[in-house]
Write a protein that binds this ligand. Sequence first.
Ligand SMILES: [Zn+2]
Length: 214
Amino acid sequence: MKINDVIYDDDAYIRGVIIKDLGEGYYNVFWFNYVIGIVSEDEENLKVIGHYNGDPKMFDDQEAREAMNRYLLEKRLADKYSFMRRDRSLAEQSKEGFIDDLYSAFGCECDDGWFPLLDELCADITRVYEDAGLPVGIKVDQVKEKFGGLRFYVTATGPQELVKEVYRLINEAEGKSEKICEHCGNPGIIRNDLAWIRCLCDECYEKKMKENLQ
Ligand SMILES: [Zn+2]
């Protein structure tokens, strides 16, 4: 792929044009028809890796990089831990009439700063099952931010003591999240005076404050 290449959808409609090579197989694309995003090129197909519904516009470099980083954070987690893979997309679930798998539909509904914490938690959970000689019995129901802290809702199966240990680890990680900046991962504290309660470091908090004033 190269700059000005046109992206077609399955029905051969023109969907967008490549505007920037971001390196390592990723491209920023100007999308037509209310979809904006960046794509990656793997062996088989193009994947939209960041998009939203709204007026057509371009991602600027900064936004494109942020979307790409986010995509890679989620991909690494899913590659490493099979229980972090998402199966039924929001579109598929919507077609069936109701959304009953929130994690598959929305992924991790928190900012990038907590991904190292999520990685650590997933490794701890995996180890508990491995130590017991059992396959990981975790179904992730929802991952999100609430009242400034992480919520990691899962259904864990296995022997009672093991399941108890899994929930203890989750509790511990949720507690830790209240001291980690949700945006950048640096040490943070819960901020109650923003539009939304969030755990942020001083720098990210000041930035958010300025945005709120605009
Ligand atoms: Zn921060």
